[in-house]
Design a binder for this molecule. Structure first.
Ligand SMILES: Nc1ncnc2c1ncn2[C@@H]1O[C@H](COP(=O)(O)OP(=O)(O)O)[C@@H](O)[C@H]1O
Ligand SMILES: [Mg+2]
Length: 332
């Protein structure tokens, strides 16, 4: 049984046209997220994760350009292609916040330092909902409590700098959840936090998806974080998806050498006997100079002749599990 996806991205290409040339930041990405499901998006820094997220939020502006593809959102009983909307137009502004909300690695990206935490959440609520200020205040206090902020009435009155990093993160999450979005995009929300706070924020995200029935697109460079969180995973490398599938399948049976490499940096899995690569040699090539052939070939321990000349497409390796690697497919 399959449910209609909430959002479906098809063959998306986002390029940046700069004086130094064209950066192919996102170069043919497709995935879908069903209502109430969590998709983990994993890859090293520079692989196009944030640009993909910004495209879904309708936030690509010059020098960035959506060159190709569709971002289909089911919205009010019809389907809207976010890729075709004016990033400053009324339609996308109506979608942001109510249908799709985003939280960032750095809370100060969304929180304004000169306004009280509570007032910022109240404004976010009033922007999208026809309720009175008093009711919005109550909602804001409830939200602060829901994200685990102690003494929410007192915190309501404080400014962002009066909160710890972890509490700021929670306040930003409260603001993102203020209009009950159907999709929450979390872009490395725990990366800047220490390990204990990171674990608490992860628990919070899991609680939110249970209590609010929100679908989540969870972006991280850390495959270990995904394990306790995602239903499905896409692994991104150099603007493309190199492997995708259900989380258990990806962890049990990673097919792409890049995924295997990411896996090797998770200590608990290495202890369980998964061959350890510690770290993947080399760095992600510049999106200004995408190599010919498979983008991972220059770093791949298994690269073959064909990998340096031809780029493999994603192909199914098991039901619902796909990898873009010639080790797993016969070139046609
Ligand atoms: N505003 C921009 N101008 C030019 N290039 C950009 C811009 N934003 C992103 N890029 C390019 O897109 C690539 C992918 O960026 P990003 O999606 O932020 O990676 P990730 O989130 O996976 O670390 C970057 O390496 C960069 O070259
Ligand atoms: Mg990023």
């Amino acid at each position: 049984m399959s449910v209609d996806p909430l959002i479906e991205v098809k063959d998306l290409k986002v390029h940046f046209h700069t004086e130094d040339g064209v950066a192919r930041a996102v170069d043919g990405v497709g995935f879908s997220i069903a209502p109430e499901r969590t998709l983990g998006v994993v890859g090293e820094s520079g692989c196009g994760k944030s640009v993909t997220a910004r495209a879904v939020m309708g936030l690509i502006e010059a020098p960035g350009k959506i060159e190709q593809g569709e971002i289909l959102l089911r919205h009010n009983g019809r389907t809207v292609d976010i890729a075709k909307l004016d990033p400053r137009g009324a339609e996308i502004r109506g979608i942001r916040g109510t249908e799709i909300a985003m939280i960032f690695q750095e809370p100060m990206t969304s929180l304004n330092p000169v306004f009280r935490i509570g007032d910022q959440i109240v404004e976010a609520i009033l922007l999208h909902e026809k309720i009175g200020r008093a009711a919005a205040r109550e909602r804001a206090v409830e939200l602060l409590a829901a994200v685990g902020i102690p003494l929410p009435r007192q915190r309501f009155e404080q400014f962002p700098h009066q909160l710890s990093g972890g509490m700021r993160q929670r306040a930003m999450i409260a603001m993102a959840m203020s209009c009950n979005p159907k999709l929450l995009i979390a872009d490395e929300p725990t990366t800047a936090l220490d390990v204990t706070i990171q674990a608490q924020v992860m628990d919070l995200m899991n609680a939110l998806r249970r209590d609010f029935n929100t679908a989540i697109m969870f972006i991280t460079h850390d495959l270990g974080v995904i394990a306790g969180m995602a239903d499905d995973v896409v692994v991104m490398y150099l603007g493309r998806i190199v492997e995708s599938g259900p989380v258990r399948e990806i962890f049990r049976n990673p097919k792409h050498p890049y995924t295997q490499g990411l896996m090797g940096s998770i200590p608990s899995l290495a202890d369980w006997g998964v061959r350890r690569l510690t770290a993947i040699d080399g760095v992600v090539p510049s999106p200004f100079a995408v190599p010919q052939g498979c983008g991972f070939a220059p770093r791949c321990p298994h690269a073959m002749e064909i990998c340096r000349t031809r780029s493999p497409d994603l192909a199914e390796v098991a039901p619902g599990h796909a990898a873009a690697c010639f080790l797993n497919q016969v070139p046609t």
